[in-house]
Design a protein around this ligand. Structure first.
Ligand code: DAH
Length: 375
């Protein structure tokens, strides 16, 4: 069909330079068609004045130049005319089509320019709205909370321990009593590092390996926390990030009992969430502690009465804890007749979203200045 139109176009072009006197017996029809073409040209020019969007322009172009347009209809009528009449009307029609196409093109370019300007004006960031304090920036919420936690534990006499982000299999799993076939290894799907010969190096999946370094150091008592980044093969969703932060606590001393753990959890949770927040321990399972527990806090939204955030429970889970498993102490050559200890660990990012009622944990890494400046 397009091919047919092209052929017709070129035929019309070739014969398009004559005047009405040679229109022969189709003179009347020619006059009518020529005045229709004039009318069309006039109508298009008027209509174009009211067009202010690209969408309207497309609609107008298809109305006047498209396959179902009056122009195409006139072109079809040419078939019924004699040679001279076809030559005259066809020539005029082709000129008009070219003329209108040019006009549409110019209008389109001008509208595109306007729309771009409009878009730029909308996207503009008024930097005069930024206050002087905003200009200096501040610590990210997660760093703020990490520092708060460090301060709380420093106040309790703890040291801040440094861990490694790349750990061997021994520190991340084996010494923590997570044996090769243990389901915990599949639970914590890991990023292994391809370093040639040794393929047992991985990005730590939790901060617990720092317990092993502290125990191997052999200096007692130990009162330490280790905050830091951890890595898991998780797809980011509202509650998970593949890279996030945990804080690990380890206390090893003479005569440490579960009551010490209970009291410590209570103290630091109230320091971070406020004195109204209550805590509870529920029996849990971790290979590196025995007995193990998960600790919950009263929901910060409803203060324990039950709401949507805590699924009506009044409690939300924060982390895990327990007494250091004798196997962990034995693996690090600690005399279990003298020493016992407790450990705990929880996510700092998770704590941040709970304390500030942030709906989606991914907001923490999106770097939206409007979000970050709230904290
Ligand atoms: N490492 C655990 C995890 O990533 C958290 C944890 C649980 C740490 C119990 C502990 C602990 O120190 O005693 O899920």
């Amino acid at each position: 069909m397009d091919n047919e139109i092209d052929q017709e176009n070129s035929l019309l072009k070739n014969i398009a330079s004559s005047d009405l006197s040679s229109a022969g017996e189709n003179g009347e029809a020619v006059k009518k068609l020529l005045s229709e073409l004039d009318g069309l040209s006039y109508k298009v020019k008027i209509a174009l004045e009211d067009v202010s969007t690209l969408l309207d322009l497309d609609a107008l172009e298809s109305l006047y130049l498209g396959k179902k347009s009056k122009l195409t209809e006139i072109k079809r009528e040419l078939g019924g005319l004699d040679f001279d009449a076809r030559r005259i009307v066809g020539g005029k029609l082709n000129d008009l089509r070219q003329d209108l196409s040019g006009i549409f093109k110019i209008k389109r370019e001008s509208l595109q320019k306007d729309e771009l300007q409009k878009q730029l004006a909308e996207d503009i960031c008024d930097i005069t709205e930024i206050t002087e304090t905003d200009l200096y920036g501040h610590l990210h919420l997660v760093s703020q909370i990490r520092r708060e936690l460090e301060d709380i534990f420093l106040g309790l006499g703890y040291e801040i321990a440094e861990g490694n982000e790349a750990e061997s299999d021994w520190y991340n799993f084996t010494a923590l009593n997570i044996d090769p076939d243990h389901p915990a290894r599949t639970m914590q799907d890991s990023f292994y590092l391809d370093l040639g010969s040794d393929n047992s190096l991985l990005l730590r999946t939790h901060t617990s390996p720092v317990q092993i370094h502290l125990l191997e150091r052999g200096k007692f008592p130990i009162y330490a926390v280790c905050p830091g980044r951890v890595y898991r093969r998780d797809t980011a969703d509202p509650r998970h990030l593949p890279v996030f932060h945990q804080i690990e606590g380890l206390v090893v001393d003479k005569g440490i009992t579960f009551a010490d753990l209970r009291g410590t959890v209570e103290v630091f949770i109230q320091a971070i969430f406020g004195s109204k927040t209550r805590t509870r321990l529920r029996p849990g399972y971790f290979p590196f502690t025995e007995p193990s527990a998960e600790f919950d806090i009263t929901c910060v939204i409803c203060q324990g009465s039950g709401c949507r955030t805590c699924s009506g429970q009044g409690w939300v889970e924060l982390g895990g804890c327990g007494l250091v498993h004798p196997k962990v102490l034995e693996a690090t050559k600690v005399d279990t007749d003298i020493y016992s200890g407790f450990a705990f660990g929880f996510g700092i990012d998770r704590l941040a979203i709970m304390r500030h009622n942030i709906f989606d944990i991914r907001a923490l890494i999106e770097n939206d200045i409007r979000f970050l400046t709230q904290f």
